[in-house]
Design a protein around this ligand. Structure first.
Ligand SMILES: NC(=O)c1ccc[n+]([C@@H]2O[C@H](COP(=O)([O-])OP(=O)(O)OC[C@H]3O[C@@H](n4cnc5c(N)ncnc54)[C@H](OP(=O)(O)O)[C@@H]3O)[C@@H](O)[C@H]2O)c1
Length: 245
């Protein structure tokens, strides 16, 4: 490995937005660890796409909600690729349901993956990243749209935005930036699951650009935040949503 090689970890890199991020980061010159929780075959297919583009890539099975698994993920990245420059936390889950219908179990699972998972990744990144590195978390524009059914999911992501804003200040002296990207509706399994065709068409029409986002729309923004050009952006939430909110 050359001294200039940069290494990135992408959680939730097997599918959807995370998979597009992994491939875009590789095109930008990063070697990547692709994290997944259950879909090994899809993680492997992203790994093959990355290696075909000339970068090194490894896959790692681990649940972001479990601190020891996040720590082991960093161990594996360092052993197989080298010290980590950028961490992107795209792992997440969404189950839309009115607040009154949420079970204790669903509330706990949403916060375990979306909020504690983000905390686990940020805390480990703060310990392990090289100075000058980048921490990028996925939030959501849904917080700003206030749609019925999204209360618990939005709360789990609003907490991530609060963590980002403060953690950016706590890392003073390390030249590490901490930011969030807040996508609008993006055409992935997470978005399509449980929605009628009518609701999907309605949501696709809401942004003035008149379409759903594609994973690549978000990957480009994340890749910019990982680049040298974004060095003065810190503690921010960057909305990429076609102008919907
Ligand atoms: N799609 C949208 O409209 C949208 C809008 C705003 C924000 N977001 C946010 O963007 C992020 C990516 O969403 P997406 O649409 O790409 O979702 P997706 O297509 O459902 O993919 C989710 C990814 O997260 C992984 N994952 C789930 N739980 C995990 C866990 N506990 N530990 C590690 N990995 C886990 C999945 O791994 P497996 O493949 O192994 O299951 C998969 O790679 C999420 O944080 C989501 O909240 C999405």
């Amino acid at each position: 490995m050359s001294d200039q090689t940069k290494v990135a970890i992408i959680t939730g890199g097997s599918r959807g937005i995370g998979a597009a991020i992994a491939e875009t980061m590789a095109q930008a010159g990063f070697d990547v660890l692709i994290n997944y929780v259950s879909n090994q075959a899809q993680a492997e297919s992203v790994r093959q796409a990355v290696t075909a583009s000339g970068r090194r890539a490894v896959i790692f099975q681990g649940n972001v909600a479990v601190p020891a698994e996040v720590s082991a993920m960093f161990d594996y990245a360092e052993q197989s690729l080298g010290k980590v420059h950028t961490v992107i936390n795209s792992a997440g889950m969404l189950k839309t349901l009115p607040l009154l219908e949420h079970s204790d179990e669903l509330f706990a699972r949403t916060f375990a993956i979306n909020t504690q998972g983000s905390f686990n990744v940020m805390r480990e990144a703060g310990k392990r990243l090289i100075d000058g590195g980048r921490i990028i978390m996925l939030s959501t524009t849904a917080i700003r749209m206030k749609m019925p059914g999204y209360a618990i999911y939005n709360a789990s992501k609003a907490a991530v935005e609060a963590l980002v804003a403060t953690f950016a200040k706590e890392l003073r002296g390390r030249a590490i930036t901490v930011n969030a990207v807040a996508p609008g509706p993006v055409a992935t399994e997470l978005f399509f699951n449980g929605k009628s065709e009518q609701l999907i068409a309605q949501l696709a029409n809401q942004p003035p650009l008149g379409r759903l986002g594609q994973p690549q729309d978000i990957a480009g923004v994340v890749c910019f935040l990982a680049s040298e050009q974004s060095g003065w952006i810190n503690g921010q939430v960057l909305c990429a949503n076609g102008g919907v909110a």
